[in-house]
Design a protein around this ligand. Sequence first.
Ligand SMILES: OC[C@H]1O[C@@](CO)(OC[C@@]2(OC[C@@]3(O[C@H]4O[C@H](CO)[C@@H](O)[C@H](O)[C@H]4O)O[C@H](CO)[C@@H](O)[C@@H]3O)O[C@H](CO)[C@@H](O)[C@@H]2O)[C@@H](O)[C@@H]1O
Length: 579
Amino acid sequence: MLLTWKPPMEISVIWVVGFCVLMVAHGAQASSHESSRNLQETDQPYRTGYHFQPPKNWMNDPNGPMYYKGVYHLFYQYNPYGAVWGNIVWAHSVSYDLVNWVHIDHAIYPTQPSDINGCWSGSTTILPGEKPAILYTGIDTKNHQVQNLAVPKNLSDPLLREWIKSPYNPLMTPIDGIDPDLYRDPTTAWQGPDKIWRVIVGSQIDGHGRAILYRSKDFVNWTRIDSPLHSSGKTEMWECPDFFPVSTRSTNGVDTSSQDKYTKHVLKASFNHHDYYILGSYKPANDNFSVETNFMDSGMDLRYDYGKFYASKTFFDRAMNRRILWGWINESDSESDDIKKGWSGLQSIPRTILLSKTGKQLVQWPIKEIEKLRFKNLSFHDKKLKSGSVLEVPGITASQADVEVSFELPNLEDAEILDPSWTDPQLLCSQKKASVRGKLGPFGLLAFATKNLTEQTAIYFRIFRSNHNYIVLMCSDQSRSSVREELDKTTYGAFIDMDPRHENITLRSLIDHSIVESFGGEGRACITARVYPKLAIHEQAYLFAFNNGTSNVKISRLNAWSMKNAQIVSTKNRRKPQL
Ligand SMILES: OC[C@H]1O[C@@](CO)(OC[C@@]2(OC[C@@]3(O[C@H]4O[C@H](CO)[C@@H](O)[C@H](O)[C@H]4O)O[C@H](CO)[C@@H](O)[C@@H]3O)O[C@H](CO)[C@@H](O)[C@@H]2O)[C@@H](O)[C@@H]1O
C-alpha cells in the first residue's frame, strides 16, 4: 500500500548518509523534517512521489541546471512566501543522480537595485577554468527587466551555496527600442572560435518574438548586435529561449559552445503556453542562424511536449555526455486549490534530448537514473487486446508507476481514412476522445482509473490512412480524469512521425499521483497531463490497457513497475531571504 510504503531501509540510508557526509563535509546539515514527502498524506493525494517539488509554495521555471564537481544543481523560480506567483527568488537544490535531491539555501534573492523587485529566470554558463556564472533577469527599482551576473563565492564548495552578484550589475539594460517589460531570460552563453561569448535574451519588438543577441569578451561588458539571432512575425513575447547544438551522427549530447559540420542548432522559445522549437544551421563567424522551418510557419508544429510543459531549459551533462531537458509543469486546478494544497508547480522528470534519426525533429526520453526507483515488475507479452476490451495491469502501485507498452497492429488495412481537414491533432483528439469508437484505435492505457472506470485518464493512439501512408495520432484525454468539475480537463494530441508498417507503436507513461508524462513512438511525441482524481487515489487507483476500436490489436510486450519515492529533503533552517 503506497501510503505506508517506505523505500527499503538500505536505499534511504545509503542516499541520505551519502549526502549528509557531503553536506557535513562542507558545513551544512541535512534534515528530513521538512521533507516534501511529509505532505503526502490523505489530504495531499496530489503531491508527487518522484517528481521534483519543493516542500511547499509556488515553483515555476527551472533555472540554470548544471553539473559541477560531481554534483547536479537545479535552481528554480520560487515564492518563499506562498503558493501563488510572486516574491520570486532562485531556490537551489543539489543531487548526485538527478533523482534524489537536497534543497539548500536560496542562491539568488533580491538585494541590489538591479533585482530588488525579483530575481527572474536565467541560465548558468561554465567559464574556462571550471567557473560557473549565472546570468539572470532582475526586476529593478523602476520595475524594468535588466540582465545581471552572479558568481559562486567559493569555487571549492561543490554545493555552490553562496553566490555573489557583480558590482557592475545590470550588465544589459532595455535601451534602443526594447520594451522594459518584454526583455528577459538570458540563455546559457556560448563561445565562438574567436573566443567571444554570445548570449541571447528573449523579447518582443514591434509585436514580434525576438532573440536579442549580445557579445562579450569578458562576460561583464556586453554589446548588443543589431541583428537578432532570430525573430518571428507569427509569435509574440519569447520567454525562456534556449539555443544549443545537437549531433547529427551520434546520440551523445554536445557542449553549448561546440559546433561543426555534424551539428544542427535548436532554438526553443516559450510562448502561447507551449515550448516550440525550430532547427537550423548556425555559423558563429557572422552569427547567422539559417532555419529549416520557422515558428508557426508550416504544418510542422514542433513542440517539446504537446501537453503541459513550459519555460524549459537544457544543459550539457559532461559527466554522462548527454543533453538534459527540464520543464515546468504547472497546475490544472484553481489558485484557491493551490493555496489549500500549500503548493503549486512540478518539474518534469529530466529528459535526455537528441536529434531523431530522420534529423527532422528532437526525441526525448526520461533519464535512465529514474529506473532505479522501479520495483515490483509486472510483465507480459503477445497478448491479444480484442476490440472493446479492457485489461487490468495488476499488482503494482498504479498511482505511482512507470509503464512501457508496445502495440502490434495485425490489421493495418482497417485504418480509417483521414479527412484532409483533420490537421490539428489536439482538436482531433478532443473530437475523438477515448470513448469515441474508431476502427484501429483508440487503444492505449487508462491511468488513474477507478475499478469501474468512472474516473480514468486515457493515453491512446488512433491510426488513420491517407493515400498510401499511415498517420499515427497520440492523445491524452483528461475529460474523465476526475469527478471534480472545476478543473481544466483539456484533451491534448500530437501526430507521431512514424510508419506503423515498419515498427510497433510504443508508449511509456510515468504516472505520479497528479501527473502523467507520456512518451509515444520512442519519445518522438511527448504529452504531459496534470490530473486530480477524487476517487482513483492511492490504492484506489488502477491501471488498464484498453482497445475501444473495432479492430483487434496485440500487446507485443508490456512492462509496468511500481515506483519508489525519490528522497527529496531540505537542509535544516533553510535561510528565508528578508524581502
Ligand atoms: O517568474 C518569472 C519568470 O517566469 C516567466 C516564464 O514562466 O514568466 C512568467 C510570467 O508570468 C507568470 C504568471 O503567469 C502568466 O504567465 C504564465 C507563463 O507565461 C502563463 O502560463 C499564465 O497563464 C500567465 O498568467 O504566473 C502567475 C500565475 O499563473 C501569474 O500571476 C503570473 O503572471 O511572469 C511575468 C510576471 O507575471 C509575466 O510577464 C510572465 O508571463 C519568465 O519569462 C520569467 O523570467
